[in-house]
Design a binder for this molecule. Structure first.
Ligand code: PRT
Ligand code: MG
Length: 213
């Protein structure tokens, strides 16, 4: 049995075409059932649904053989020991700094002010601002980062941006792009050895179906 860990939402949705290329179809709709283990048209392949931030943990400890997870999750969580054979180029976005439209970020940075930054990505933010020599106080949030500059909780946020619509709707502007993000395939090292042939077949099919841009 091959177990693939996915999170509901964009990772699940955007992995489906890659699975199709491998001849694998998920036979249950995660939005219509409460099941956490989904069967596929291949009797030897199943999908488990976990929180996005738990995908690397499942794969690292063998709860799943393979997983699809954002580079943001991998870098923030320090799971770089995992075998990451493929950039799937799905769920693409960028990690950026954003502020209120009326906040002069450039001057604050130039004057060496101490910025308060709210984010879910405290490790990535700490490294980024340290590399720029900008002093920051970091506030860890678990969601709705956009609210922080609007309520006076923080001067800036570090968050993922794709269309930019969420920032725009909250009168925030992107002032710095930290890095490009996309989803990666991660593989359990032991599974790669023990189930080499079936895992290789999936890797090759995924590789041939990665969207080009
Ligand atoms: O939502 P939940 O708390 O359950 O978990 P999660 O946020 O970890 O999962 P999910 O499914 O939202 O995101 C999974 C992965 O998708 C992330 O780890 C990223 O690698 C990737 N991804 C790609 C994104 C986005 N694009 C994205 N736009 N993840 C989140 N967003 C959010 C962003 O945080 C912001 O709130 O969408 C909003 C901005 O979108 P735009 O289009 O308005 O710019
Ligand atoms: Mg989300």
């Amino acid at each position: 049995m091959i177990t693939l860990a996915l999170s509901k939402g964009r990772i699940f949705d955007e992995t489906l075409p890659l699975l199709a290329a491998a001849g694998i179809e998920v036979t249950e709709d995660p939005d219509k059932s409460r099941k956490l283990i989904l069967a596929t048209t291949r009797p030897d392949v199943r999908v488990v649904l976990v929180r996005a931030s738990d995908v690397p943990t499942y794969v690292q400890y063998g709860g799943a053989d393979l997983g699809v997870t954002g580079l943001d999750v991998l870098l923030e969580g320090g799971n770089q020991g995992l075998y990451q054979p493929l950039d799937l180029r799905i769920a693409a976005c960028r990690l950026s700094v954003a502020v209120r439209a009326d906040y002069d970020y450039a001057s604050a940075v130039k004057q060496g002010s101490r910025l308060t930054v709210a984010t879910k990505y405290v490790n990535l933010s700490r490294n980024f601002f340290a590399s720029k020599g900008v002093h920051v106080d970091l506030i860890k949030l678990y969601g709705s980062m956009e609210l922080a500059p609007l309520t006076g909780l923080a001067d800036a946020i570090v968050d993922l941006v794709s269309t930019g619509n969420t920032l725009k709707a909250n009168h925030l502007v992107e002032v710095e792009r930290i890095m490009d993000i996309s989803a990666r395939l991660v593989v359990n090292q032991a599974a790669l050895k023990l189930k080499q042939a079936p895992i290789r077949r999936i890797l090759d099919a995924f590789a041939s179906a990665i969207p080009q841009s």
